[in-house]
Structures are given as C-alpha cells and as structure tokens.
Write a protein that binds this ligand. Structure first.
Ligand code: SF4
Ligand code: SF4
Length: 89
C-alpha cells in the first residue's frame, strides 16, 4: 500500500502598523519605548517645546500595530494605525 504525503503551503501573515506621536505632549517617560515588542520606538536626542526628549518611531516598517505603546502612555500621546497584513513566508 502506498501512502501519499500531501504538502500544503502555509502562508503566515503579520499585522503591520505605524504610529503618530504627539511630540509636544510627550513627557519623555520612556514607557512606550520599553513596552514596544518590535523595538521601533526611541527617545529623541532633541527636546520638544516643554524640554522633554520625546518619543519617536525609528523603524516604522517593523511596527505590528499592537497598540501596546498607546495603551501604556499616561498622556495618550500615541495614535496607532493598522495598515495591512504582510506575508512572512
Ligand atoms: S503599535 Fe506596537 S509595535 Fe507599533 S510602535 Fe506601538 S508598541 Fe511598538
Ligand atoms: S509613554 Fe507617552 S509620554 Fe511617555 S515617552 Fe511614550 S509617548 Fe511620551
């Protein structure tokens, strides 16, 4: 008896996103930087109008739109956009 092996191609996808950060309301606490699972955020070397090193997104192509940063921000400075799905394989 012959056994037939059926190979199925599986296409995994991952959510993509990006964020808008209200620079001048940011107080540079760094919570969003610490919580981002994709490590896309970093505090700027520049300061905003209130003298704080504000958060910025350096690698937006790695953002997965998870919204962890927006949820943890104590001042609601971050808006998250989900921009689509990307194939990973
Ligand atoms: S939405 Fe998620 S992946 Fe994107 S910057 Fe915020 S915490 Fe990072
Ligand atoms: S959590 Fe909010 S206030 Fe703190 S650094 Fe990030 S954007 Fe700024």
């Amino acid at each position: 008896m012959f056994h037939h092996l059926l190979l199925t191609a599986v296409h995994a996808t991952i959510q993509q996103g990006n964020v808008n950060i209200d620079n001048n309301r940011c107080k540079g606490c760094g919570l969003c930087v610490a919580t981002c699972p994709a490590k896309t955020l970093q505090l700027s070397n520049n300061v905003n109008t209130r003298g704080y090193n504000f958060s910025q997104q350096l690698r937006p192509n790695r953002c997965i739109g998870c919204a962890s940063c927006a949820l943890i921000c104590p001042d609601a400075c971050i808006t998250v956009f989900r921009t689509g799905l990307r194939k990973t394989i």
